[in-house]
Write a protein that binds this ligand. Structure first.
Ligand SMILES: C[S@@+](CC[C@H](N)C(=O)[O-])C[C@H]1O[C@@H](n2cnc3c(N)ncnc32)[C@H](O)[C@@H]1O
Length: 271
């Protein structure tokens, strides 16, 4: 990752790229419902912040059409190059790329109709700095839309196992990287402080059994990152092993259910 002091907590590698692709398959419907409510339309200029390999940018591009413009901002060269290649292969000429963190990026002033950030602001150490930088790039009447955690609600049913305390541990994991897994709770106050009017605040949770996309999504996260939480001494090795054993027991139970943490859509308009 270029120009950033703290590395992206979840990593830059092929496994994470595939996890992001799968994640978009599971949550893309929620994201696109948000775009519907925001009435993203043909000809608009959008900035996809922390675009990763560009899965959201691809959906936004369909909405704005050939007359619109998408800019993917992403600090990881690997993810951005993957998306650049994809755009080139498809002959897309209305996609721009910025390889930087928001905090250090050169952004045009008062330019974008929509600035969108999904699962990015929860990782950044200074959310206020991040947001004010983005606001300066928004045209009057433009919208900043954020999809991110209010990290409550994570649950495996039946309850009673080692997994029960994982919401608290994941929040600590985010804090260990300088982030805040409750970030969406703070956004309306930040919008107010910087003159934006909150126009949407909608929480979502997905749930399913062992054959569901949402449980597979969580599987790809917890089977990799529980060990990282152990390595960061947020839980002991014994506790981590017990979490994984509890996870596998629920995955083997056709009647068990997984509930995702709450993801909030929050949007503000610049008058
Ligand atoms: C969980 S991924 C989400 C990717 C994409 N938004 C999506 O929803 O598929 C978070 C992305 O944010 C990027 N990122 C982390 N800190 C950032 C910052 N300060 N400015 C811009 N992007 C950042 C990471 O490199 C990573 O690609």
């Amino acid at each position: 990752m270029t120009g950033q002091s703290t590395a992206y907590l979840l990593g830059i590698n092929q496994e994470e790229l595939e996890r992001l692709r799968f994640q978009h398959g599971v949550w893309g419907g929620v994201t696109n419902d948000f775009f519907e409510r925001l009435k993203i339309s043909a000809g608009q200029k959008c900035l996809d912040v922390g675009a990763g390999p560009g899965f959201v940018s691809m959906d936004l591009r369909k909405r704005v059409g050939e007359m619109g413009e998408i800019t993917a901002l992403e600090p990881s060269k690997m993810y951005l190059e993957w998306f650049q290649q994809h755009a080139k292969k498809n002959g897309w000429t209305n996609v721009k790329f910025i390889n930087a963190v928001v905090e250090e990026a050169e952004l045009p002033k008062r330019y974008y109709d929509l600035i969108f950030a999904r699962w990015v602001i929860a990782f950044v150490p200074d959310a206020e700095k991040f947001l004010t930088k983005l606001i300066s790039a928004l045209r009057p009447g433009g919208i900043i839309a954020i999809q991110d955690y209010y990290y409550e609600g994570l649950s495996l049913f039946p309850r009673g196992g080692a997994f029960d305390r994982m919401a608290e541990v994941v929040r600590a994991y985010y804090r260990s990287g300088g982030g805040d897994a409750y970030i969406t709770g703070r956004i309306p106050a930040l919008f107010r402080k910087y003159g934006l009017r909150t126009i949407d605040f909608s929480p979502h949770s997905l749930a399913g059994g062992s054959d569901s996309g949402v449980m597979e999504w969580a599987h790809r996260f917890f089977t990799v990152h529980t060990q990282h939480m152990v390595d960061k001494k947020l839980i002991t090795q014994g506790e981590g092993d017990a979490v994984i054993a509890d996870w596998h027991a629920h995955r083997a139970d056709p009647d068990a259910r997984f509930f995702s943490p709450i993801v909030v859509d929050v949007a503000g308009v610049l008058p």
